[in-house]
Design a binder for this molecule. Structure first.
Ligand SMILES: [Zn+2]
Length: 120
């Protein structure tokens, strides 16, 4: 399952960031997932739920934002957001397209709870 390896490496990043900031808890994780990244958000969520157990992200909320697919026409230069699986330029209907966004997956935001150093 593709999503498991994604979440596995995601947790590596998350825990590293938490350590960098001396955070005791991860409260929110926001991902952006391109429509063409091949990732199923539901599977990503269940993999996340599996991995977060007994970590500092145990109570973290996962938010997934889907990035629409965006293409640029090589014939006329028009940029079109593709919402269905018809791959044509929105202006001149040319099928000669360059994909601008929609295939990526990245970590948009993490919210951490920082442990206050106990005052003497
Ligand atoms: Zn065009």
């Amino acid at each position: 399952m593709h999503e498991l390896s994604i979440v596995s490496s995601l947790f590596g990043t998350l825990l590293e960031k938490a350590r960098e900031h001396n955070a005791g808890k991860i409260t929110l994780v926001k991902l952006k997932v391109g429509k063409l990244s091949g990732v199923v958000p539901e599977l990503l969520e269940s993999a996340f739920d599996m991995y977060k157990k007994e970590t500092i992200a145990e109570n973290a909320r996962l938010e997934i934002e889907e990035i629409p697919l965006k293409i640029r026409c090589r014939a006329c230069g028009t940029e079109t957001e593709i919402t269905t699986y018809t791959f044509f330029c929105g202006s001149c209907k040319s099928p000669d397209l360059e994909i601008l966004q929609g295939t990526e997956l990245f970590l948009e935001k993490i919210e951490l709870e920082i442990d206050e150093p106990s005052s003497p």
